[in-house]
Write a protein that binds this ligand. Structure first.
Ligand code: KIV
Ligand code: ZN
Length: 387
């Protein structure tokens, strides 16, 4: 029996993520990231856009040959040569998928200068062609969130009739909001004949900072695939961040009872590696993977965490593969934090000694924003030499 609450994770770091200006990765780096995503048990890896360049074709093709767990997907415009090239690149995968798309909103229809009927015909031809090549076909109406509902229903119905197995609903310009994101998925599932036969996916951009909320709202309305990238990499303000939706579903499974198959302990390693190879630093206070996401600075917080870590932590650092200490030693740190740090560094100190070191520590912390382990060792040695 299939699990109705299983949410498939579709990672597009290597396609939509790589479209970030300046985020280009080398062939070897793409293979390495794909391998890490495969080991993390991402359900579908969008490996690239094979017709875009020889390099993209080669990367998708090599990733297709190397993947063990993940479905390998290539992107293609609604054009026969794109779809053929895409199939050529992914055909050696254990589980290949063709993802074909076309912009369906009035603004996007104007670009190829197709009227509604002409575009419907193009969708029929291209989805049928893709399905004749591959059993696993994903279709996306680009800019779905700004497409007229009646027309969106019409084209989604065509794509399903022609054999698409996943229907992705992109919020291409990050324009939607959580309630609207949910309503759109619900409306399509209620109105489109055949909707029960396919998986609906949500693909959100973060222009208004709502990508994670919009993706989760879509899941609550019945979407069962989330498209996302590591660190939220992607054009403009980026895509939905994989680490955010996966950890939100895990931490708040009580109110969002949907499951992924992701090995979350691989999150931190992937975040760091993607940041290195893309050249995009992760902001310090980024949810889940930011340098400060598990650090406690104020004395009250540090004291609470030392007594019971759950007072200020809703997830364990180890759950995302982070084993570092969670206390940032600085001017807000109290005696309890200092004692704990000293113990961690191998020093057992009496109360008087702690008092003395604490005075020295505070004086240093006033001068220095963050006090490192080496500073504390020096303070202990200094205190010992001067008593
Ligand atoms: O944002 C978007 O619409 C896309 C499509 C190609 C799915 O990335
Ligand atoms: Zn996108």
């Amino acid at each position: 029996m299939t699990d109705q609450n299983r949410v498939y994770i579709f990672d597009t770091t290597l396609r939509d993520g790589e479209q970030s200006p300046g985020a280009t990765m080398s062939h070897a780096e793409k293979l390495e990231i794909a391998q890490m995503l495969d080991e993390m048990k991402v359900d579908i890896i969008e490996a690239g856009f094979p017709i875009a360049s020889e390099g993209d074709f080669a990367a998708v093709s090599d990733i297709a040959k190397q993947a063990q767990y993940s479905v390998i997907c290539g992107l293609a415009r609604a054009q026969i040569p794109d779809i053929d090239r895409c199939w050529e690149a992914i055909r050696h995968a254990k589980q290949p998928r063709i993802h074909t798309f076309i912009g369906t909103s009035p603004l996007h229809r104007a670009i190829p200068n197709l009227d509604q009927d002409q575009m419907a015909e193009r969708i029929e031809q291209t989805v049928t062609h893709a399905r004749n090549l591959c059993d696993n076909v994903q279709w996306s109406p680009m800019d779905a969130t700004r497409t007229e509902h009646d027309y969106l229903c019409r084209v989604v119905e065509i794509a399903i009739r022609c054999g698409a197995t996943t229907i992705n609903i992109p919020d291409t310009v990050g324009y939607t909001a959580p309630r609207e994101s949910a309503d759109l998925i619900r409306m399509l599932r209620e109105r489109v004949p055949g909707a029960d036969e396919v998986i609906f996916a949500t693909h959100c951009h973060n222009d208004l900072g709502m990508a994670t909320a919009n993706s989760l709202a879509a899941v609550e309305a019945g979407a069962r695939q989330i498209e996302c990238t590591i660190n939220g990499l992607g054009e403009r303000a980026g895509n939905t961040a994989l680490e955010e939706v996966v950890m939100a579903l895990r931490v708040r499974n009580d109110i969002m009872p949907y499951n992924t198959n992701i090995d979350t302990t691989k999150i931190m390693g992937l975040s760091r590696r993607v940041s290195q190879v893309s050249g995009f630093p992760v902001q310090f206070n980024k949810a889940i993977v930011g340098k400060n996401a598990f650090l406690h600075e104020s004395g009250i917080h540090q004291d609470g965490v030392l007594k019971n870590v759950e007072t200020f932590e809703i997830m364990k650092p180890a759950d995302i593969g982070l084993n570092a200490a969670n206390i940032a030693m600085g001017k807000h740190s109290g005696r309890a934090a200092l004692r704990s740090k000293l113990n961690e560094l191998g020093y057992e100190v009496g109360d008087n000694q702690l008092k003395d070191i604490f005075v020295r520590f505070k004086a240093l912390a006033d001068r220095k924003k963050e006090v490192y382990d080496d500073d504390i060792v020096a303070l202990v040695q200094d205190a010992a030499a001067n008593t």
